[in-house]
Design a protein around this ligand. Structure first.
Ligand code: NDP
Length: 399
């Protein structure tokens, strides 16, 4: 079918690369390009010899001209951005300049504020439409599969969805006192930011970790979970008709929260640069450097994740409840692709999203969030590529 340029060579990229190679009918060729080329070469070495032809390149994706030059020389059908959210706009600019489709898994963030808003990327809508190219935003798990679940529930199960609770549980244990499952800088920015949820047409801000619930997750059991702001709430609030409330909860252990509280209290999670012995350092970036690399957690992590959405709404005049979720086993993921479930649950939907655009199923000029497309082919692909979903019509509800 065609060729994809994958930018980034971290935990998520590793899974995307494996999955593209498993879907060689669509991904005949891939180029892995990142800041540190040796990481790209290591993936190539591991996976070379299959049907997908792999090449590698060095690129600093903060520099639009470098990305343009790489696209012009490789001529991909799509750019899969699995670098960091800071690079979203430079890569989108390069896609515009070269008329190439674009996809990512996390919304753009300026380095100096942690806002988790789509406004910067939505501002590209007209430009992408006029250029005749597609940008698919947020094709990971959350955002990503959670949005596809919403579109699927809307299409097949409800006339109107009124309440959505997105529940993200990770019961994985890596044996370290404190580590983050994906990029520590992005992860800590997310959990130390104010929480927020959508209710009756507006967003209500909450203090970080101030709303706690206990939920008994299928295949995982009872967990403490906390309300967070999460980027998909912003787009779902616009795209799910009749919606009254959307909340996002993530599980955290007491141990994780205690470490985080201490790190916050001593100033280590700050993104304000400080001067240290003549060097300008950002405390959170320094913290990232001393924490375990998320990619190293794979062999150590045991247990499962359960991520899904509970819907309440109306079908044929009657109230209805519906729960769609995926359970993923850390060790099974590691056995298959050498990564833990957090990278796996992000990388599989990233490959699927790119395949949807490349095969023309989701090709539509403009900038779109994932729930704006037909969910059915994506739902089929989840079952096929390692993230089978389950449903329940009588789930426990979150009060
Ligand atoms: P990692 O930190 O493991 O990997 C990031 C990669 O991007 C690294 O290889 C890094 O290079 C590369 N990179 C960073 N800056 C640049 C640059 N300027 N130019 C080129 N390459 C660059 O992160 P993850 O793999 O854990 O996460 C990847 C993305 O996935 C993030 O945007 C994250 O927010 C998102 N994500 C989304 C989820 C979802 O469900 N939607 C869940 C989890 C993550 P180097 O090796 O040199 O540092």
């Amino acid at each position: 079918m065609g060729r994809a340029l994958i930018i980034g060579a971290g935990g998520v990229a590793g899974v995307v690369i494996h999955k593209c190679c498993q879907n060689s009918e669509v991904f005949e060729e891939i180029c892995i390009a990142s800041r540190t080329k040796s990481k790209c070469d290591a993936f190539k070495q591991k996976l070379d010899g299959g049907k997908t032809k792999i090449t590698t390149a060095q690129v600093n994706a903060d520099n639009t001209d470098e990305v343009i030059a790489l696209i012009n020389s490789y001529k991909p059908d799509i750019v899969i951005n699995v670098a960091l959210p800071y690079q979203d706009l430079t890569i989108m600019d390069a896609c515009l300049a070269t008329k190439t489709d674009y996809m990512d898994t996390a919304n753009y963030e300026p380095e100096d504020t942690a806002k988790f808003e789509y406004k910067w990327q939505w501002a590209y809508r007209d430009k992408f439409r006029e250029a005749g190219i597609t940008a698919l935003l947020g094709s990971g798990f959350d955002p990503g599969v959670t949005g596809v679940f919403c579109a699927y529930a809307q299409k097949h199960h409800f006339d109107e969805i009124h309440y959505i609770d997105i529940l993200d549980a990770n019961a994985g244990d890596h044996g370290y006192p404190f580590a983050t499952n994906f990029n520590p800088e992005i992860n800590i920015r997310e959990v130390t930011a104010n929480g927020s949820y959508f209710k009756d047409g507006r967003f209500i801000e909450t203090e970080p970790m101030s709303i706690k619930r206990v939920y008994s997750f299928p295949e995982i059991g009872e967990k403490d979970m906390y309300l967070l702001h999460h980027e998909e709430i912003e787009s779902l609030a616009l795209n799910i008709k009749g919606i009254k409330q959307i909340r996002f909860f993530m599980t955290f252990s007491e141990q994780y929260l205690t470490h985080l509280r201490v790190l916050q209290n001593v100033g280590m999670t700050s993104i304000e640069p400080i001067n240290y012995e003549g060097h300008r350092i950002v405390p959170l970036q320094f913290l990232k450097a001393v924490l375990p690399d998320p990619a190293s957690l794979g062999p150590r992590t045991k247990g499962k994740t359960n991520i899904g959405c509970i819907f309440r709404g109306v079908k044929d005049g009657k109230e209805k409840t519906y729960y769609l979720y995926n359970v993923c086993d850390h060790q099974a993921c590691y056995k298959e692709v050498g990564s833990q479930a957090i990278s796996y649950t992000t990388g599989v939907p990233a490959m699927i999203g790119a395949a949807m655009v490349m095969t023309g199923k989701w090709k539509r000029p403009g900038v779109y969030n994932i729930e704006e497309f037909d969910p059915d082919p994506f739902m089929d692909a989840l079952n096929k590529f390692g993230l089978p979903w389950q449903e329940s019509f009588n789930p426990d509800l979150v009060d």
